[in-house]
Design a protein around this ligand. Sequence first.
Ligand code: AMP
Length: 214
Amino acid sequence: MKSYTLVRGDMSSIVLFGPPGAGKGTQATAIMEKTGLPQVSTGDMLRSALSKGTKLGLEAKGYMEAGDLVPDRLILSLIEERLKEEDAKNGVLFDGFPRTILQAESLAKITKVSMVISIEVPDDNIVERIVGRRMDSETGEIYHIKFKPAPSDISDRLIQRKDDTEETVRSRLNAYHSQTAPLADYYSNLGVLEKVNGDRNIIDVTNSILELLV
Ligand code: AMP
């Protein structure tokens, strides 16, 4: 088992990898607490750009709603800007990025990736995980109607992502298998891939991940 050491002043990042609905966003919180790395979620950045109505957000909208990947050039421009920020100087925790080989190769030119944590969940479970997902619109906390029910007093704040429908999930899974899954081999060849069984309760998955980050 490899260990992860954050080298100050030397940018070194972690990638959270896995299919949609694997629990990347949920697990990101514990990793951020342990490493101090800020989370950089391209999905969150795109949704924020979309809600602000920026040019980039509007360009990304159709792809996101169809469950397709947003073109690399848009994603890479978002990432390039984000990594210029002060809090990113020692590296970041990528969530949902990179998703194509081109993104990974471009990332390699900007920052060292010291570990890729691949959260593995069988396809059969993905639809139930995504369709039942809800978000607290005030805090951004993610719940699930069955696996992580929200407290009843915040039920009126819960929203469902527009692309969390069964039909869109199928497209997102297709995009994952054809364009993103090959990255597992790419990072395995670089010797930085760590697989974690994501088909367990949230705390067990967190504990396995934290063991990697000693
Ligand atoms: P996520 O929140 O990570 O599930 O991302 C939601 C949607 O945003 C995806 O289905 C894609 O349309 C788009 N997206 C997010 N990150 C990327 C990325 N790295 N490359 C291409 N598209 C992305």
